[in-house]
Design a protein around this ligand. Structure first.
Ligand code: PMV
Ligand code: MG
Length: 339
């Protein structure tokens, strides 16, 4: 047991497979974004939770603002007790709210906070949690709270990489929660698949922030009835094609699969492509780039892959003129396979 520890978690953004991934067994490609939340944990005489999202702190007494963190602490305390640890109260301080001027970036702060809390507690107890177990524990917390997401955000944040994620049957796991102990459930095969993708092509990954906050949960509720078999087949085809193209470093196939994934979202619901996201996407036309909305849409961020510097600069300029801020930029991938 340590007396204190400091841990971080990243953000995430979808490249492809949004909405489809809500259906069991469907894939998505999600990228870790190195914009971090930080937690400082310290053994203390009583529980004290503090987040820079709120003006006040909390103990473990029910507090709606801290409910997600409190639930995470409760699940971890259960888990630690099963493992035979003596519980130790602590103070936990969370910062890095992934927003500016009160407007969130939409890169996964609620998923990030759950993983962050688990990581902080694991660090305090010197418990080595591999990413897969971290993902299952975090999913357990969100399922317990009735979350309607695919858990793709958690998979990406737990693995901190560009990942291919195939979703599991969350309803089935939720039902198992009432039947078996946490320990057993964690040992079971939930049927998901998570693997890293190492792109074999150097390119610019650009994130455009619309500064229009969107609530994924509401969009999912609004859009989910439109998800059809043909949308699912189309999305899966493009996600699989995109993974292959990234691995092969096939620029044209990367562009084409992202473009088709974007079109699938555009026809799924008019709620996804807001005016600003349309501009964000259309700005890539005629350039050596491809751009699309990312995640639930309705605001938040869009992404682009750009294959030469001049195109990147032109795209960023066009975004700026439309009030879209370049939130993050990364040179990703390699021209040669990594040995
Ligand atoms: O908007 P984001 O980045 O939270 O992504 C939501 C992605 C959806 O597929 C629409 C929902 C989900 O939980 O997978
Ligand atoms: Mg979003």
């Amino acid at each position: 047991m340590k007396t204190s520890a400091r841990v971080q978690t990243c953000g995430k953004l979808y490249l492809a497979g949004e909405y489809a991934v809500l259906t069991t067994g469907q894939p998505a490609i999600i990228k870790a974004i190195p914009i971090y939340m930080t937690a400082e944990i310290q053994a203390a005489s009583a529980y004290r939770l503090t987040s820079d999202m709120f003006e006040h702190s909390a103990s473990l007494e029910p507090d709606p603002d801290y409910a997600l963190i409190q639930e995470t602490v409760a699940v971890m305390n259960d888990y630690l007790q099963v493992l035979g640890y003596q519980l130790q109260p602590f103070s936990l301080k969370i910062s890095g709210k992934m927003e500016r001027d009160g407007k969130k970036f939409g890169i996964g702060s609620s998923g990030s906070v759950v993983i962050l809390t688990i990581k902080a507690m694991a660090a305090l107890y010197e418990l080595d949690l591999e990413p897969k177990l971290l993902f299952k524990l975090a999913s357990y917390v969100l399922l317990k709270r009735g979350d309607n997401g695919s858990m793709g955000d958690l998979a990406c944040i737990a693995f901190e990489d560009l990942i291919y994620y195939r979703s599991f049957d969350r309803e089935l796991v939720r039902k198992r929660m009432g039947k078996v102990y946490l320990q057993q459930l964690l040992a079971e095969d939930w049927g998901f698949e998570i693997r890293s993708i190492k792109p074999c092509l150097a390119m610019d990954f650009l994130v455009g922030w619309t500064k229009q906050p969107a609530i994924s949960k509401d969009l999912v509720n609004q859009v989910k009835s439109a998800i059809s078999e043909s949308f699912l087949t189309g999305s899966r085809t493009q996600v699989d094609a995109l993974e292959k193209a990234l691995l092969a470093g096939d620029k044209l196939a990367i562009q084409s699969s992202m473009e088709k994934a974007s079109q699938l979202l555009e026809t799924l619901s008019p709620a996804i492509y807001t005016d600003r996201l349309k501009v964000l996407k259309e700005a890539a036309e005629g350039l050596n780039c491809v751009a699309k909305s990312s995640g639930a849409g309705g605001g938040d961020c869009g992404i682009a892959l750009s294959f030469d510097v001049a195109s990147s600069n032109q795209l960023i300029q066009a975004w700026q003129e439309a009030g879209i801020e370049l939130l993050y930029r990364e040179r990703m991938g390699h021209d040669e396979p990594e040995s």
